[in-house]
Design a protein around this ligand. Structure first.
Ligand SMILES: Cc1cc2nc3c(=O)[nH]c(=O)nc-3n(C[C@H](O)[C@H](O)[C@H](O)COP(=O)(O)OP(=O)(O)OC[C@H]3O[C@@H](n4cnc5c(N)ncnc54)[C@H](O)[C@@H]3O)c2cc1C
Ligand code: FES
Length: 529
């Protein structure tokens, strides 16, 4: 972020702040040497860190202090107040930290007559902690192979190096592009608000600098778990001592006449999104088949480009199963206000050169068709390797599969949810990254339980919805606040038990719900059968 763009507010913290201005458990936004800085107090300790989240730039003063960490209000990254480190995805880089000097009897420096004894001054910025490679212990794998260059795979590679792992580290990705910010492919990137470069999780040099042997266009076709190697489509093989399987999910393909025409697109990879962006200027009428989160985000992004959009969905109420009928109706009205036309309770039966025919008899003009009818976990390798499977790769609470030395993370796994003890599988970016992080530490022998509370978000136009927890088959949804005013929290319960909360522009409630779920009594984990 360039300094000219940073708007500073609050006091100049280098000039000192009375301690009474920061009661225990609170924060104070100010600035130091031209940068926004946040003071946070925990008991007798006062910390000073950079005030802007390193993920998408959220104002951390609107976040939540939990122990000696701060959580980001937008996508729930977590930073250490002591070191500035990004402890949890989706942030990858630390925030700056600053030396704080406490001065007793500093009252004379302040204008307030009642100024109490004690003030703190923010001094110089401190060095960021840099990971140092460490000698391998006898128990640690000499080589790690990660299959998948997405959210989980990338997070795992980063954490392995961050933890000082010095063995051979190979990441094999079937994608032709560097690991990318997949959620943005249907949002800012498609709408034209984000650049190509900003959509990469890391630049190419990062992998080189960290000695991560990243192979792109490298499709693995077989895992030999008996002799610990993987086989690539190009015939090459890679040996491993530990393997992380993070192959993500693949879009469900439409099976109707015309589905393979060149103007019919799917959206999973950066290449897919680039293809849509390249076509967009010549498109007048788009049909989105599937009213999923991705379908609706695509609709909003295409509207931002002034393209006429029709959305076709089998459901009669948008998002009803996940968010409930009230929220579904609200989302529909939002899209309609932006000019989207819906064709719900029906399906597409054929696609022609310039139109899409629907089961209800309608014919929609279309020079672009985007299909978003869901995804399936990419399971072929797991099946071939003989891993235990149950609508996903079955893993235990350490993200170990049924075969020793093979871990799995991300959209492909079904893991024991800490709150209910039930095995769940989700398709959430932050969950995939956090699983990659935990799997990496467990590859190094940490035995860390994966117990993060599921979190996802969606953005459509200027509406943001964040969702914390996991409620499959809820029976009651209670709205606290005003949906139409975009200020509410919706709590989903089953048999009276709170399972998830969706927030509309109530970030702090989302963070509090996350902490509440974390502190709820965990259910006993189950073993892999
Ligand atoms: C357009 C879009 C928008 C989204 N928006 C959101 C959102 O707003 N919020 C949210 O929480 N989630 C969102 N998601 C979901 C989120 O991106 C996924 O949950 C997340 O990327 C899953 O991470 P993953 O690592 O499991 O899989 P992926 O990120 O899909 O990565 C899988 C990797 O495995 C590779 N691979 C697959 N098979 C092989 C093989 N045989 N050999 C080698 N490599 C292989 C692929 O090439 C890819 O690199 C969105 C997804 C999409 C597509
Ligand atoms: S902006 Fe902070 S986690 Fe995304």
């Amino acid at each position: 972020m360039s300094e000219e763009k940073v708007k500073l507010s609050g006091p100049d913290l280098t000039q000192g702040v009375e301690l009474t201005a920061i009661p225990d458990g609170t924060m104070l936004l100010g600035h130091a040497q031209g940068e926004p800085v946040l003071l946070a107090r925990r008991g007798d300790e006062v910390f000073a860190i950079g005030a802007i989240c390193t993920h998408y730039g959220a104002p951390l003063e609107q976040g939540l202090l939990v122990g000696d960490t701060i959580r980001c209000p937008w996508h729930h990254a977590c930073f250490s107040l002591r070191t500035g480190e990004a402890l949890r995805a989706p942030a990858r880089d630390p925030v700056s930290r600053w030396r704080v000097e406490a001065v007793r009897d500093a009252a004379r420096q302040f204008t307030s007559v009642d100024a109490p004894v004690g003030a703190v001054f923010v001094r110089e910025k401190m060095e960021c902690w840099e990971p140092q490679p460490q000698a391998l212990s006898a128990e640690q794998p000499k080589s790690v192979v990660i299959v998948g260059g997405g959210a989980a795979g990338n997070a795992a590679a980063e954490v392995l190096r961050h933890e000082g792992y010095s063995g051979r580290l190979t990441m094999l990705s079937a994608d032709d592009t560097l690991p990318c910010d997949r959620p943005n492919l249907s949002k800012g990137y498609l709408a034209g608000a984000a650049s190509d470069e900003s959509n990469l999780l890391r630049p190419r040099e990062f992998y080189k600098k960290n000695d991560i042997d990243l192979r792109l266009g490298a499709r693995v076709v077989a895992i030999d778990a008996a002799s610990w190697h993987v086989q690539l489509a190009n015939g090459s093989r890679h040996d491993y001592d530990a393997l992380l399987l993070a192959t993500g999910a693949e879009p469900v393909r439409l099976d109707i006449p015309g589905a393979d025409l060149p103007h019919v697109h799917y959206l999973r990879t950066l290449a897919d999104s680039r293809a849509l962006v390249a076509k967009a200027p010549a498109v007048k009428h788009a049909v989105v088949i599937g009213a999923s989160f991705i379908g609706l985000e695509v609709a909003a992004s295409l509207r931002a480009r002034n393209i006429g959009v029709h959305v076709v969905g089998i459901e009669t109420i948008l998002m009803e199963k996940i968010l409930g009928p009230e929220v579904g109706g609200f989302i529909r009205r939002l899209h309609e206000k932006h000019g989207v036309a819906f064709h719900l309770g029906t399906t597409a039966i054929s696609i022609g050169e310039g139109n899409v025919k629907l089961k209800n008899g309608e014919s929609l003009e279309a020079d672009l068709v985007v299909v978003g009818i869901g995804v399936r976990p990419a399971m072929s390798l797991a099946e071939q390797a003989g891993l235990a499977i149950d609508r996903g790769v079955t893993v235990n609470e350490y993200l170990e599969t049924s075969i020793p030395r093979i871990f799995a993370a991300g959209d492909i796994v079904r893991w024991p949810d800490r709150l209910t003890g039930e095995r769940i599988r989700v398709e959430h970016f932050v969950v995939a990254e956090r699983q990659g992080q935990t799997a990496a530490r467990n590859i190094l022998g940490r035995r860390e339980i994966f117990d993060a509370v599921p979190f996802f978000w969606t953005e459509q136009y200027d509406l943001g919805i964040a969702y914390v927890g996991h409620a499959e088959g809820w029976d009651k949804a209670g709205i606290d606040g005003q949906l139409e005013e975009r200020n509410c929290a919706i709590t989903y319960r089953r048999d009276g038990r709170k399972l998830a909360v969706a927030m509309i522009h109530r970030d702090i409630d989302g963070l509090r719900a996350e902490v509440e779920f974390e502190r709820a009594n965990p259910a006993a984990p189950t073993s892999i059968k």
